[in-house]
Design a protein. Structure first.
Ligand SMILES: Cc1cc2nc3c(=O)[nH]c(=O)nc-3n(C[C@H](O)[C@H](O)[C@H](O)COP(=O)(O)OP(=O)(O)OC[C@H]3O[C@@H](n4cnc5c(N)ncnc54)[C@H](O)[C@@H]3O)c2cc1C
Length: 601
């Protein structure tokens, strides 16, 4: 087994991983920093796929308080409010950094200010973007900087297990597989950042990149960490339906299309969203996805089982200009988005749940930090479009700063638990010792099960059925072998490992969904359709002990604002008071849209 030593090991090269690498290096240039990634750095993960943009309160009339309130209300009061506050306040400095230090070009208004567009579920147009290819702009600029700064890279290396120190007190490193050779690699590190970006690819229709299979969450579960909000899987309403023969099916057509005034139309030729929500197509993702699912169940479905998205009433030329990337993507699949209609279906997009963490990105395991979509608690029951990339870049940057301080203070010689490494290697090699089987039916069974029973509309009957079926899928996987004669780029082997992780995390989603006997945000129980009492809101937690889940419910701490209150009231009051003071000749603060609102207890 190859062994590598580093000071800081970062798993993943999305917005979280790359920002962490740059900030860690800036904070402690003498430390050895290694980014390990399942694909090629700069070419994989979901940050690169960000289309719509980045939420940040910059414009006149907007405020971090307003962004915060949208985030909390969108999250149905389940968010960790301190994490959400960190998100909205630090997003302001992060977008400046992206522009002024990293060189991103975002779209601008004629007066030179940043152009910010409407995204569903928000009370202000605050989404910064570069056309509909915002993620490519961000990741290209980040990757260039990482390449230029002598940060070590382990590309096409997949992380498989966290390894504790022999004395058990802290993390010692990560076991990885070099996918190019099939060789196991142990990377010893003083500290590790988990930034593998979740990704609900266990659903029949899904948007995330193919390299994502919830590896980090599964590793965290196997390491005994607690995950929260795992029932909260966000479906994006407009996944492209391009047929079963192409992986383009499920890819997302961005939210800005609905924000700009796009229509959703059933097979009967009628718009239907007004029947479900007064905001119609501009309602939040959960409401639109659920409404579409209901239409599909009621038989109002297009030939391939979706609904139509139409933009032509906005003027085909204008649509072509504003949504160039989307129009081209649809054209590649034979559809005319600007002038015709495109079949769409809700598609699994984002996991609000993840590893429990503090605002400094630390976890309960010393030496292990987490950021981005692997981390839970920022978004509560629903992530606002545009808050995902803000989340990964904000917390990735924070993690880098913290790691730069943590490692020098806590550095010591850590020896890994060799027995744990051996057990992990044996687990990964399990399928290689059995006759090769077909993984396709197992994947299809998982896709269908999760879409039907643990998807957009849930009930206890379906969830209990899924609980049993997932055990059976796991057992089927355990019986299925993989041809192990050549381990170089052995994609069947990696597929097997992906499915093992996806099945484990699917079980976590199902258990959490069973626990939550109410309906909030992305989680809708037909047998418990009410949201429950907001004042006594609880979030669901689970961890793995000896192969079984230990579950608990914890009360949400409303550290800044309580249900029924708003930080905007404070802002408005402060502004009014400042205004009154100025009129009385007392001078004083400007009030209004600042990041300085005192926390409400
Ligand atoms: C199509 C699409 C459009 C989106 N549009 C928007 C938008 O407009 N606005 C918005 O705010 N959010 C959007 N999002 C969500 C946004 O992309 C994510 O919230 C965010 O980018 C996640 O960042 P991350 O760094 O946590 O993960 P990612 O960017 O996904 O990076 C994860 C990294 O981990 C690596 N990895 C995975 N497993 C392993 C392993 N076992 N070992 C080593 N490396 C591993 C991956 O290869 C990848 O490099 C979109 C998502 C998708 C899929």
């Amino acid at each position: 087994m190859r062994r590598i030593d580093t000071d800081i090991l970062i798993l993943g090269s999305g917005g979280a991983g790359l920002f962490a690498a740059l900030h860690a290096q800036a904070g402690a240039p003498g430390l050895r920093i290694t980014v390990a990634v399942k694909g090629l750095l700069g070419k994989c993960g979901c940050t690169r796929m960000v289309q719509g943009g980045y939420n940040v309160a910059l414009a006149q009339g907007d405020s971090v308080e307003r962004h915060f309130m949208d985030t909390i209300e969108g999250g149905k009061w389940l968010s960790n409010q301190d994490l959400a506050w960190t998100l909205v306040t630090r997003a302001v400095e992060r977008i400046r950094e992206l522009e002024n230090e990293l060189g991103c070009f975002f779209d601008r208004n004629p007066d030179g200010t940043l152009k910010q567009k409407a995204f569903a579920g928000q009370t202000f147009d605050r989404t910064v973007h570069k056309g509909d290819q915002t993620g490519i702009e961000i990741i290209n600029r980040l990757a260039e900087q990482v390449w230029a700064r002598g940060i070590a890279r382990l590309e096409e290396h997949r992380a498989v297990e966290f390894v504790m120190a022999r004395d058990g007190g802290r993390l010692a490193g990560v076991l990885m597989i070099d996918m190019r050779s099939g060789e196991f690699v142990f990377v010893r590190a003083q500290a590790v950042l988990l930034a593998t970006g979740g990704g609900p690819t266990m659903y029949k229709y899904h948007t995330p990149s193919g390299d994502k299979s919830c590896d980090g969450m599964a590793m965290a579960l196997r390491a005994g960490l607690t995950l929260r909000d795992m029932e909260m899987v966000q479906f994006h309403p407009t996944g492209l339906l391009a047929g079963t023969h192409t992986r383009m099916t499920g890819t997302v057509l961005e939210e800005g299309l609905r924000g700009a005034g796009g229509y959703l139309i059933g097979a009967d030729g009628e718009r239907f969203m007004q029947r479900y929500d007064e905001r119609a197509e501009r309602a939040t993702r959960d409401i639109v996805s659920r409404s579409m699912f209901r239409e599909l169940r009621a038989g109002n479905a297009t030939p391939n089982g979706g609904v139509w998205l139409r933009m032509d009433h906005l003027g085909p030329d204008s649509v072509r200009q504003r949504f160039k990337g989307m129009v081209e993507r649809c054209a590649d699949c034979g559809f005319d988005l600007a002038g015709g209609q495109v079949e769409v279906v809700p598609t699994a997009h984002y996991m609000m749940g993840g590893v429990m963490f503090e605002a400094d990105c630390s976890t309960t395991v010393p030496g292990l930090f987490v950021a981005g979509e692997d981390a839970g608690g920022v978004h509560g029951a629903n992530r606002l479009g545009g808050n995902g990339v803000a989340n990964s870049t904000v917390f990735g940057g924070i993690a880098g700063e913290v790691l730069a301080q943590w490692v020098p203070r806590n550095a010591r010689s850590v020896e890994p638990d060799e027995a744990q490494i051996e057990r992990a290697v044996a687990r990964c090699k399990e399928p290689l010792g059995r006759p090769a089987g077909d993984l396709e039916p197992i994947r299809e069974a998982l896709y269908e099960l999760m879409w039907r029973d643990v998807g957009i509309i849930r009930d206890s009957e379906g969830l209990l059925r899924a609980r049993d079926a997932l055990v059976e899928i796991g057992a089927q996987l355990d019986r299925t072998g993989v041809d192990g004669r050549d381990l170089r780029f052995n994609l069947s082997w990696h597929d097997w490992l992906n499915l093992q992780n996806l099945t484990l995390v699917s079980r976590a989603i199902t258990e959490s969904a069973l626990m939550r006997e109410n309906s909030r945000g992305a989680h809708f129980r037909e047998d418990f359709p009410e949201p429950g009492d907001l004042d006594t809101s609880e979030y669901m937690c689970l961890s793995l002990r000896d192969g079984a889940f230990e579950t608990s419910r914890r009360r949400v701490q409303f550290t800044r604002v309580k249900p029924g209150q708003s930080l905007l009231d404070n802002t408005a009051n402060a502004a009014a008071a400042a205004d009154a003071g100025t009129r009385a000749g007392a001078g004083g603060g400007a009030g209004g849209a600042t990041a300085s609102a005192a926390p409400m207890k």
